[in-house]
Write a protein that binds this ligand. Sequence first.
Ligand SMILES: Cc1cc2nc3c(=O)[nH]c(=O)nc-3n(C[C@H](O)[C@H](O)[C@H](O)COP(=O)(O)O)c2cc1C
Length: 233
Amino acid sequence: MTLQEMIYHRRSCRSFTGEPVSEELLQGVRAFPMKPLYPDIKVHWDILPRSQVKCICPWTTPQVICVYSEEKEGYLENVGFMFQQMDLYLQTLGLGVCWLGLGKMNEKTAQKIPGMKFVIMLAFGNPKGDFLRHDGKGFKRKSLEKISDEPDARLEPARLAPSSVNSQPWYFTHAGDILHVYRGGRPIAKYMNNIDTGIALAHLYVANEDTFRFLKMDNVPPIAGYEYIGSIQ
Ligand SMILES: Cc1cc2nc3c(=O)[nH]c(=O)nc-3n(C[C@H](O)[C@H](O)[C@H](O)COP(=O)(O)O)c2cc1C
């Protein structure tokens, strides 16, 4: 399956065999190229043993991807954008994945990266059984009408994106050929919701790889309760 096809089949996986991912597959994972939303923001990531992280989730994987970034404007959207490409890729390899907002680095054993802040982790591993969606019906998501000022089938890949506690905080408005992207949600969830919005943008990028262009524009109309994230041309 391609990354684009995986948008319509993916699902967060929370049931694993416990068997570590083979070194051969890990080499491919390490070499997977991810397009950034903001190329000037430095990102560092590593595949670490679960012993180096803490998470209250009742399930576990032997390995996790831990992501660090420079703390610059847009860094959370950038991490969401990059690592949702990884989320899709891992699933094309037959691996199960779950973003892990609840995961924290183990302060005693975690590596400190100068100038970088730990942002988030993704658990991944060999899934127990088949975890993908096959009929396209298993998605609990808002309707296109609820995430946009006008129904637009081109937004379907963004609509299906995963988000923290399935909050789906993204909102799109149309201005001619340009789409403005906003982030809503509760103020307390802003950190995760910025990552979520980058994830939705990643699905639009993967679905429109040749034409996707993201930029920040001036004088974009404000929407009460939402923050402007950027625009797609
Ligand atoms: C940024 C982010 C953080 C998440 N954190 C967790 C988590 O800590 N634990 C968990 O079980 N699921 C977590 N999830 C998975 C979401 O609950 C899941 O994506 C959402 O409910 C939609 O379900 P789906 O991914 O199966 O389509 C997270 C997802 C995102 C995008």
